[in-house]
Design a protein around this ligand. Sequence first.
Ligand code: HAM
Length: 422
Amino acid sequence: MAKIKAIRGMNDILPEQSPVWQYLENTVKDVLSAYGYSEIRMPVVEQTNLFKRSIGEVTDIVEKEMYTFEDRNGDSLTLRPEGTASCVRAAEEHGLLFNQMQRFWYQGPMFRYERPQKGRYRQFHQIGVETFGMANSDIDAEVILLSARLWKRLGLLDSVTLQLNSLGSNEAREEYKAALVEYLLARKDQLDEDSQRRLDSNPLRILDSKDPNTQALLDSAPVLTNYLDDESRQHFTELTDMLDAAGIHYEINPRLVRGLDYYCKTVFEWVTDKLGAQGTVCAGGRYDGLVKQLGGRPTPAVGFAMGVERLILLLETLELIPEEVKQPFDLYLAAEHKGLQSKVVLFADQLRDQLSGLRVRIHCGGLKNISQKAQQSGAPIVLLLKETDNQQLCGTIWHQNEPEFDLQETQIKEKIQNIWQA
Ligand code: HAM
């Protein structure tokens, strides 16, 4: 019978890879806690209407990428394609938004039926940040600074570029849309097929087109920046002033519009040229209208989400994962001869008691060539225990390939403590 395999575009994260994930997740958590953010956990399945009403009916995600199904009750449910809508739903449902200022983060799998390729999967993982109740540009600056601090911690700051734009108010964007459509309608036959279709449904997304002819047409098209309302313009200037003061480099990209409908004012993406076509590692912006659109009271909001797989690919490509991260234990402990197994188990536990955080793996099973096997474990410290004729434990420690033979039990513990604390 044919073996059952994983679903295309949905990946197992194998034990060898997990330490890298944990390294990234722990670094992100450290940075998030330095900014006082709190974790929120939402279900992976929501009512389909939540995504239709937030991401937008005529976006790629809703039109063709959602995993939507009927449950046994006949209700239409969807595997979440992103976290913002769920976060707003959860926060509103639990009364966390009205008249409050909130800073949340979440992590977990998201699902989009896209064509799988390097950096693009059908189940992928995001770590996201959502803030609520703060209308001024200082919070836009904060979330960008937070992400920049993370890149710095990971050694990525020189490999990513911040692209920045303002989409203005809804009214300003409608006015711009009309001008853009008028310009493009007069040149419709020169547009690629996708963009022709988008002229009716979602004209701003034409700005994202990769087609060279369409791109060339856009060079002379009306520019969104010129249509910004005064308030959005001021918001954007304040933001760029803060980024300048913080020494954060950015490129203003007037064609950056994002593929989800809920944004207004600030939008941004961190992009890299090291990953080919899937170069956006983190993206977000302001979405002041979304809470109201989903039935809450008007609440300003801003956030972003990073793609965990893409960040890991980038760290791997640039060889930025610290060597010790990949090693799941610090000490490998084995018996040199038979009859010592229970002493090995106890000794390992004594070491764990004595040295908090020390990761000890014991050797279980046959002892043939044990000295060689233990050294091949890759652990920075290797300990082989044996028993003297008068039943005292003693052993050999290898550290940095240097053995020290015939150490007494207390000497072993002292030595390991010294290495560990160094
Ligand atoms: P998004 O741009 O759709 O925004 O996704 C954010 C990030 O998730 C992308 O920049 C990318 O790194 C990663 N990503 C998206 N799709 C895939 C995929 N198929 N495979 C691998 N990685 C992927 C959002 O999802 C918004 N909710 C972000 C946000 C939060 N805006 C405000 N708050």
